[in-house]
Ligand binder design. Structure first.
Ligand SMILES: [Zn+2]
Ligand SMILES: [Zn+2]
Length: 291
């Protein structure tokens, strides 16, 4: 058990607009949910990948990064599996409902897949730029040649030059049409389709050391829980009511003391009022603008 819990929590929790106090600590059981997803991205090339996400349903914390890595390494090695006993299940509390789970999982999966695909997308963009440049150069040369011929014909009268002018004008139009069609082909070739499938889930009942932390913001207060996991000797990030829930910084909202990522209390882009995305998820409560 950590000898200096205040310091431990201070390292895990950063509240720029609120204060906290450690209220209690006790051993507890918690329910963790580990989920694996497979994603496939297709454009002119194909990329597949696997990603893991974890949540502590007892505290609301996201288990990610190093914490999840160590936990998965432990589960893959020395740990002795046991069927959870009924009183442990009971003590660990209820699982999240489908709505809560979907609301927490969707933004995280989206964020993580985008992050994983970044190098793939950058490489794709480079190929697209290269191909676009090549097509532009080719058609630009053709068009310039035709335009020069047209200019050379000038406004000399006569049936023969009129026919030649007509031919060059039509050639230029054809080159422009072909250029547009080639760009369309490129767009089609490089269009990105991505799909994500949930492939595995693991419910883990784990013994933890649970800290009760009192959060105070203006006249309001609220108790949150932060778990220390003895099996991997690590403390979780603080819970998060809105946002990705990584890192240690959380802003606390005035009305209901939600803990959110910093962006969860950002000012409205049209009226400038700062508002809590956990209180009003869909739109700014003052002007109704959807951020
Ligand atoms: Zn607004
Ligand atoms: Zn709120």
């Amino acid at each position: 058990m950590p000898s200096d819990p205040e310091r431990l929590i201070d390292r895990a929790l950063d509240l720029p607009n609120a204060v906290w106090r450690l209220q209690g600590a006790k051993p507890a059981w918690t329910r963790c949910l580990l989920l694996a997803f497979r994603y496939t991205a297709m454009s002119d090339e194909k990329r597949e990948g696997l990603l893991w996400l974890g949540f502590n349903q007892g505290t609301g914390a996201v288990m990610d990064g190093d914490l999840l890595g160590r936990l998965r390494a432990l589960l893959a090695s020395v740990v002795q599996w046991r069927v959870p006993e009924p009183d442990i299940r009971q003590a660990a509390g209820a699982a999240w409902g489908a709505t809560t789970l979907a609301a927490r999982v969707a933004p995280l999966v989206d964020h993580r897949v985008r992050l994983d695909l970044k190098p793939f997308l950058n490489a794709m963009r480079r190929r697209l730029d290269r191909d676009r440049g090549r097509i532009h150069e080719y058609h630009n040369d053709l068009r310039r040649t035709a335009q020069m011929k047209l200019a050379a014909l000038g406004s000399t009268p006569g049936e023969k030059t009129a026919a030649e002018r007509n031919r060059e004008t039509m050639r230029i139009a054809a080159i422009e049409r072909e250029y547009a069609a080639k760009l369309d082909d490129l767009r089609h070739n490089y269009a990105l389709r991505a799909s994500v499938d949930w492939i595995q889930g693991l419910v883990l009942f784990a013994p933890v050391h649970r800290y009760d932390v009192l959060i105070k913001r203006r006249k309001g207060e609220r108790v949150i829980h932060i778990d220390w996991h003895p099996a991997i000797r690590m403390i979780e990030p603080p819970p998060c009511d809105w946002g990705l829930g990584d890192g240690r910084a959380r802003l606390v909202c005035d009305d209901r003391l939600h803990l959110t990522d910093v962006s969860g209390q950002a000012p409205c882009q049209s009226c400038g009022k700062a508002w809590c995305r956990a209180c009003h998820s869909a739109a700014c409560p003052r002007c109704g603008s959807v951020a």
